[in-house]
Ligand binder design. Sequence first.
Ligand code: SF4
Ligand code: SF4
Length: 304
Amino acid sequence: MLEIRFHGRGGTGSVLASRAFTKAVFYAGKHAIAIPSFGAERRGALVLAFARIDDKKIYKRTQIYEPDIIVVLDDSLLELVDVAQGLKPKGMGVLNSSKKPDQIKLSKPTKVAVVDATKIAKEFLVEPVVNSAMLGALIKSTEIITFEDLEKGIMSVFGDRLGDRMAKMNVEAARIAFEETIFGKTKGGGNNTKIQTWLPTVNDLPVGTIIPKMKLESGQMIGPGAAVSRITGVWSHKKAIVDQEKCIQCLQCFFHCPEGTIHKEGDTVKVIKAYCKACGICVNVCPVNAITLEEINDYTEIVS
Ligand code: SF4
Ligand code: SF4
């Protein structure tokens, strides 16, 4: 399995880049999954996205702590964050920078592919949104998929979001970046740890973070166990239904359900409709296709 971690800022397209990339991987006939991770939901905030690629189906949905490749969309992050943290010894960095590889300092010497994606984006897209250019550099560095596959991925994902004309301009930005990417090795010894944006351990949390279960003035419950008061089932008009005849009780669905709403009751596997948001993960992981998403017409049926 190949694991890629994207470092960017809110509003600059790292999440869209990871989605376009994984779509391109699908076009290449492999399996892929894209996972975004947001901090503060605002433009400029530090953002992470993750992508996994494999020849077989991928079940792992965690963040990536030991990536094979890091993609850094904003070079100002190089001074704020240890982007190379956890990078595998033979791992690689794909960096947006106007500098040459040996002028860049990361926390450890790292093989890198470098492209001035900001310059390319300003020329081709007018806006300094570098996501498509960075995908061109990523493809050049890894040869996981062909440029033609990437083109299809960009046209599909960017086309849906921005329309065909903008998608084609982004393909061109990716193509130029593909041609202009250079390779080399960065210096090590950089102190790029002013901010740690991910992987907090319990020791990193300030005293007082662990709060008791309590009710805010708004009536909202917070603290341990408060999730039961959030009826995520009303987010969707579909619900997961288990066909008990087909179910072999392997409990794959139980382990993967992000809402923890699947449970075993005697000899049956059940879904509590009040919390099923119809994400479809259980449908995908069930080895015997025992789960389907079915329409719910009456919401009282969900919360009763
Ligand atoms: S994954 Fe499918 S077979 Fe396994 S327990 Fe869930 S419904 Fe049953
Ligand atoms: S559809 Fe999603 S939320 Fe609903 S039971 Fe399946 S995994 Fe859980």
